[in-house]
Design a binder for this molecule. Structure first.
Ligand SMILES: NC(=O)c1ccc[n+]([C@@H]2O[C@H](COP(=O)([O-])OP(=O)(O)OC[C@H]3O[C@@H](n4cnc5c(N)ncnc54)[C@H](OP(=O)(O)O)[C@@H]3O)[C@@H](O)[C@H]2O)c1
Length: 320
């Protein structure tokens, strides 16, 4: 089969399209013919091997040969013990520990992060419902969110941010979103109650007070956002922050009225199943920026690494 491959960590120049052996499903695995994946910020870390922590999952010195963390496609074979999937099923999923989806085929264990694509949801939308939405779900799952909670989301236009806003609106939470001029209409479409244009306004000067400040793009810091929080309020970020402060501030603020929490993402399966339910109910729809063909994979990585995508960037694997 054809696959996008690499033999070392580095920039997009290490990627090549090559012929490699077809995978074959073990007894508890599905073999999927891939239609779409995304190029996302997790893939960017896996490409360079930085931060070094990512290498514990995909190889300390030499990375797994085929990149790719999410997928959508059709089941073409199942192992003898697979119970819940059949040949012909349309499936999607996510796994940030060496999935290797940038290929014509891949195999995944049926109890990992994989689900049947809801009716009338495209392969592109399914692939785009994985990575950012997984981190969004993990960022929210330990917070005490309820109808009437007030949350400010910095970076509402990214993969994590656009999913976070939708998950919050599903819970009937009041959302203030921060984005740039070109994404103001998107923030309205996603259901934001109030919007800050970060190009002309400073959201940290907002006079409203919030239960949570969620920086899904890692562009703020706790000290500047602390006045926005109500007593008992919590600040989280998707990035480590200056001097990795978001790793130690949770300990320093543990007994304070206003706290920092740093969400550690786990359990891709739980996220995929939760999102699948929301997609089926018509309560979640992935935001897609643009699509690239496999031959343009370097351009796709360069665009995603710029930190300027809106939602998700698709890779057309059916064109491999
Ligand atoms: N902790 C984890 O486990 C984990 C996992 C995955 C990703 N991440 C990190 O989480 C961050 C977000 O990932 P993502 O995939 O959601 O990002 P992304 O899709 O690349 O999105 C970035 C978005 O943020 C907007 N933006 C840029 N600067 C901004 C600012 N100062 N204020 C508000 N919005 C701004 C950009 O819009 P414009 O540039 O067009 O204005 C763009 O739409 C990344 O830093 C990524 O490395 C963390």
């Amino acid at each position: 089969m054809k696959a996008i491959t690499r033999s070392q960590y580095g920039g997009p120049e290490v990627l090549q399209i090559k012929e490699v052996p077809d995978p074959s499903p073990k007894k508890n695995e599905l073999m999927v013919e891939l239609h779409s994946a995304t190029v996302n910020r997790t893939d960017c870390s896996a490409l360079t091997g930085k931060p070094y922590l990512v290498r514990t999952f995909i190889g300390m010195f030499t990375p797994t040969a085929i990149p790719g963390t999410d997928f959508a496609g059709e089941v073409v074979a199942v192992g003898a013990e697979v119970k819940d999937f059949s040949v012909g099923d349309r499936v999607w999923g996510f796994d940030d520990q060496g999935l290797q989806s940038y290929a014509k085929y891949m195999c995944i264990k049926e109890h990992r992060g994989v689900a049947k694509i809801p009716e009338n949801y495209s392969y592109e939308k399914a692939a785009a419902s994985a990575e950012g939405a997984h981190y969004a779900f993990n960022g929210l799952k330990n917070l005490q969110l309820e109808s009437g909670s007030k949350v400010i989301v910095n970076g509402g236009s990214g993969a994590i941010g656009s999913a976070t806003i939708q998950l919050l609106k599903y819970l009937n939470v009041y959302v203030t979103a921060v984005a740039n001029t070109k994404n103001i209409d998107l923030m309205k479409d996603l259901g934001a109650d109030k919007i800050y244009n970060y190009e002309s306004e400073d959201f940290t000067k907002d006079q409203e007070r919030y239960h949570y400040v969620l920086d899904t793009v890692g562009k703020s810091h706790f000290r500047a956002c602390k006045p926005l929080l109500l007593p008992g309020g919590i600040y989280t970020s998707s990035e480590l922050g200056p001097n990795a402060e978001n790793l130690y501030l949770p300990f320093l603020t543990y007994f304070s009225s206003k706290k920092v929490k740093f969400p550690i993402p786990t359990n891709c399966r739980r996220s995929v199943l939760y999102l699948n339910r929301l997609i089926t109910e018509g309560k979640f729809e992935a935001v897609i920026d643009r699509a690239y063909d496999p031959k343009d994979i370097a351009d796709a990585y360069n665009y995603v690494s710029s930190g300027q995508k809106t939602g998700n960037v698709i890779l057309n694997l059916h064109k491999l």
